[in-house]
Ligand binder design. Structure first.
Ligand code: HEM
Length: 177
């Protein structure tokens, strides 16, 4: 009996995989390599177009100043992503995605919509959020985080609402449940 039990343990030990197994290689998973210049992961090809930003930009050239210009806008986009990554309500949605790219493309989208002199090079809102399972509650959380980022940057309330007004109609392309 004792012998049987110890041989069973031995068998289990023998079957335990080595610590250094490269499971990606074993299963043929291709390793994604970050671009050495941009630090971003590759994405499937798509057609770049400002129309992907989801709305037309404001005509006003003075609105951007309320956000601290192009740099201020980029900082607000980055801060929104950072707050969201640390927000337990929605953090999990961001884990498997490229935050280097998101910070850049979200900044471009805001900059384009606020007529601060950028083109938007990212995907359209439906493709970008396809299959992510974003809920209305997730969207509300993200909007709160954007509001916090704008408050921290002392963006006047009226200007904050201008950006939110451009983004609000996009919710239909983002929310899936
Ligand atoms: C109206 C609301 C929203 C707008 C305007 C927006 C905007 C964007 C933009 C511009 C991108 C980049 C697309 C690209 O790089 O090609 C993006 C991607 C992404 N968004 Fe949103 N977003 C919204 C809502 C949300 C919400 C509510 C969540 C989750 C809580 C979310 C999570 C993500 C994630 C994880 C990505 C990265 C996708 C990837 O790289 O595969 N977004 N979003």
């Amino acid at each position: 009996m004792l012998l049987t039990a110890s041989s069973a343990i031995l068998m289990i030990l023998q079957q335990a995989p080595a610590d250094n197994v490269d499971w990606d290689a074993e299963f043929g998973v291709e390793e994604e390599v970050r671009d050495p210049v941009t630090g971003e992961l590759p994405v499937d090809p798509y057609v770049e177009d400002n129309a992907n930003a989801g709305a037309d930009p404001y005509d006003s050239t003075s609105l951007a100043a309320a956000f601290g210009g192009r740099e201020g806008i980029q900082r607000i986009a980055e801060r929104t992503v950072e707050i969201s990554e640390a927000d337990q309500r929605i953090a999990e949605i961001f884990v498997a995605h490229d935050m280097v790219r998101l910070k850049r493309t979200l900044g471009e989208q805001f900059c384009y919509l606020l007529n601060a002199g950028c083109s938007y090079s990212g995907r359209d809102m439906r493709s970008a959020h396809d299959g992510m399972g974003v809920t209305r509650a997730d969207l509300n959380a993200l909007v709160e985080n954007l509001q916090q980022a704008m408050r921290e940057a002392d963006v006047p309330f009226a200007a904050q609402n201008k950006l939110l007004a451009k983004l609000a109609p996009m919710s239909g392309d983002v929310v899936e449940r």
